[in-house]
Design a binder for this molecule. Structure first.
Ligand code: SF4
Length: 390
């Protein structure tokens, strides 16, 4: 996530609630993308420290746990810069130019009228972010699959170029033997089923089997993964998309919620401020007087009800609005209560972290160390495969 300072309800409902679930289901890595942030704000790098601190407080306050997930700083893993550079040598320029990441940035930065090398390489840095940790799954919101697609293409090209060792088949056979007779037989059977009959289920079973082989080295596992499909070593596994249902909370004006548009409710906002902002929200413009019937479909407050209110409250708002039985102030009250109730514990927990910068530093430092260890493992394999470990 970009270090964008204090987070708001759009981040909470759209991303963080998803992370809260994922951290207990998978081995997760969540990082502060400070190098990515430089693509836009390379003139003001000093501001990143404060934005990072504020964002981390919000992550922790909503319940992201350093004991369950690895929380780290992108820039504290220098191996990322090296992998990015190595990948840049083999990535065709056309892949980067057609990437949606590059196009999005061009649009966003139109006013800056600046095309930097960093911006062009942005999708590749994003690929390196994924591939360095050999991430199996990348959680993305709707319509963002293409961001992961380039990482898959790059991994495929990398594996094709460097995964074929001269004695690959002999080494794969040795690795099979290391699994023990029973499992080796099962692996061969599954491989044969996939190679001869295209049995995808057998392929998935064989992959799962390899995941559980703790007595195999990483290199041997990569060999056997590639050998399954008649290819070479899988040095960089191709990541898959983990598509999550995300909830979009519209901004206070009904448009997309964003800090730059000034239409947000921050996660640590006071109850008074929440109440004041929601009370000021625009409503159906056709409902000029209290007795005029309204149409919820034309009202941003109704969109908030759809996110925050139970069925009975939604019905009450719908009927009351259409019949003018309720006024807009009445309609907003249950919404205000729900938002305050949701954010009160977040604000409470945040206090603990706001007063303890050393704790924040320690969390990021420990997480970054874990991330570096993971990254180093990948780089050792890569140096070895490229013959650059001399
Ligand atoms: S009653 Fe509710 S839904 Fe209807 S216009 Fe007012 S705020 Fe919007």
């Amino acid at each position: 996530m970009y270090p964008s300072g204090r987070l708001h309800l759009g981040h909470y409902r759209g991303v963080l609630q998803n992370w809260l679930k994922l951290q207990h289901e998978y081995e997760c890595l969540f990082f502060v993308a400070d190098w990515h942030a430089l693509t836009r704000s390379y003139e003001t790098p000093r501001e990143l420290a404060k934005s990072t601190r504020e964002m981390l407080i919000d992550w922790l306050a909503v319940g992201i746990q350093p004991g369950s997930a690895t929380l780290f700083m992108q820039s504290r893993v220098p191996q990322l810069a090296e992998l990015h550079l190595l990948l840049s040598m083999l990535t065709p320029l056309s892949w980067l130019k057609r990437s949606p990441g590059f196009k999005d940035h061009q649009l966003q930065l139109k006013e800056q009228d600046l095309l930097t090398y960093g911006m062009l390489g942005y999708p590749l840095l994003q690929s390196a972010d994924i591939l360095l940790y050999r991430a199996g799954l990348v959680s993305v919101g709707g319509g963002q699959d293409a961001h992961v697609e380039i990482a898959r293409d790059v991994a495929k090209r990398f594996n094709h170029l460097y995964g074929r060792e001269p004695d690959f088949e002999a080494m794969a056979e040795l690795a099979i033997a290391r699994m023990g007779r029973k499992l080796a037989t099962l692996y061969r059977k599954l491989r044969q089923a996939y190679m001869e009959q295209g049995d995808n289920e057998a392929l998935q079973t064989a992959r799962a089997l390899l995941e559980d082989q703790y007595n195999l080295s990483i290199a041997d596992r990569e060999r056997l993964l590639g050998y399954l499909e008649g290819a070479g070593r899988v040095l960089l596994p191709e990541p898959q998309v983990l598509r999550e249902d995300t909830i979009t909370v519209p901004g206070l004006d009904g448009e997309r919620m964003s800090a730059s548009a000034g239409n947000v409710i921050e996660l640590r906002e006071s109850p008074e401020s929440i109440s004041e902002k929601l009370m000021r929200m625009p409503t159906d413009p056709a409902r000029c007087r209290r007795n005029d019937p309204g149409d919820p479909a034309r009202c941003p407050v109704w969109q908030w009800h759809q996110v925050y209110s139970e069925g009975s409250v939604c019905e009450w708002a719908q009927e009351g609005c259409r019949s003018a039985a309720i006024g807009c102030v009445d309609c907003k009250r249950p919404l205000i209560d729900s938002v305050i109730e949701e954010l009160s514990p977040v604000r409470e927990r945040a206090r603990e972290y706001e007063g303890d910068p050393d704790l924040l530093r320690a969390i990021l430092s420990e997480g970054s160390e874990r991330a570096r260890d993971e990254a180093q493992q990948t780089m050792i394999e890569i140096h070895n495969a490229l013959g650059m470990d001399f």
